[in-house]
Design a protein around this ligand. Structure first.
Ligand SMILES: C[S@@+](CC[C@H](N)C(=O)[O-])C[C@H]1O[C@@H](n2cnc3c(N)ncnc32)[C@H](O)[C@@H]1O
Length: 300
């Protein structure tokens, strides 16, 4: 009988290991006999300690991964997720952005408070989108809109430019500014855009007030800030409790995103002449804690 040197395939290795772990898991959690011969199911303090250490270690590794890799991975994930998000939120976005048509068709001079006749003014709309990501809002903009995209993560730019060219030729991506929304001085002039758009961004920025202050600075007089954000749910509700439980780990998984922000407070104190908003429930698939939303328009 010849003897064969058997080389295991990676799959065979995986199967034998996973079987070992499965048995160890079943043995451990089905209870081991204690000194009096009875089966004890409750973990000891020592076991709780080991579990807590494992969890902490896992969080640290996750943190490291997020810091080093998530900036690379996030644009690819966001490119897919924004399609799902738009399926759930598309109706609300259409409703939110419908004022943009008026803003485009209204003469520029009128918006600036100038007395010149509106008939001579060309129809145009310049939108500054802060945290533009992969361009998920472009499909809702009126024809001919010129967009200035602000995005701090340069890995988004390729996705944005590709999507703009391939899917939204009606909209013109004027330029992309790689910068944080908190400080756009030197990139975007005072009173230079008709509208600012911020969607699902205030949850991740370092300073919500600074971003809103920049939005107001760059808007022309009478210009509008359109916002749609997932926010903290009403205190005392189960969803609010879930948000508080998940919030310590959520930013590690979703690139800095926080679940418990209340940006309506920031918008109200940002110095706009008029602020309208409503709270909504958007059934975003899978992301249950991010379903409570805030949608509104603030006018300079
Ligand atoms: C969840 S994504 C949303 C992207 C896009 N607005 C949308 O609705 O699909 C959050 C975006 O905010 C950007 N972001 C995070 N912090 C920012 C900051 N301080 N200033 C501007 N954008 C920021 C991220 O890089 C990312 O593109």
């Amino acid at each position: 009988m010849p003897s064969y040197h058997c080389v295991k395939s990676p799959m065979q290795y995986f199967n034998s290991y996973s079987r070992t772990y499965k048995f160890a898991f079943i043995y451990y959690f089905s209870g081991q006999p204690n000194h009096s011969g009875q089966t004890e199911n409750r973990p000891t303090m020592y076991e709780y300690g080991v579990l807590a250490l494992l969890l902490l270690g896992g969080l640290l590794v996750l943190n490291l991964l997020v810091k080093t890799r998530m900036h690379l991975l996030f644009p690819a994930i966001q490119d897919r997720c924004s399609i799902m998000y738009n399926v759930a939120a598309g109706g609300f976005k259409r409703e939110l952005f419908k004022d943009m048509e008026t803003l485009r068709d209204q003469p520029l001079t009128e918006r600036a408070g100038d007395a010149a006749s509106g008939d001579e003014a060309p129809r145009s709309l310049t939108v500054l989108e802060i945290g533009v990501g992969t361009g998920a809002n472009f499909e809702f903009y009126p024809d001919g809109t010129a967009v200035i995209g602000v995005e701090p993560n340069k890995n988004f730019v390729g996705y944005l430019e590709r999507n703009a060219a391939k899917h939204f030729p009606r909209v013109r991506l004027e330029r992309t500014v790689v910068a944080f929304g908190e400080d756009l001085r030197g990139h975007v002039d005072d009173c230079s855009v008709d509208a600012v758009v911020i969607t699902v961004v205030l949850c991740s920025v370092k300073c919500v007030d600074a971003v809103l202050s920049e939005a107001r600075r760059v808007l022309k007089q009478g210009g509008k800030l359109f916002f749609l954000e997932h926010v903290a749910a009403e205190p005392g509700t189960w969803i609010n409790q879930l948000q508080w439980v998940l919030n310590p780990i959520w930013p590690y998984i979703f690139d800095g995103c926080q679940l418990i922000r209340t940006p309506w407070v920031n918008v109200e104190r940002a110095g706009f002449s008029k602020v309208d908003y409503q709270k909504l429930w958007i059934p975003v698939p899978f992301f249950v804690p991010a379903r409570p939303h805030l949608m509104g328009v603030a006018t300079k």
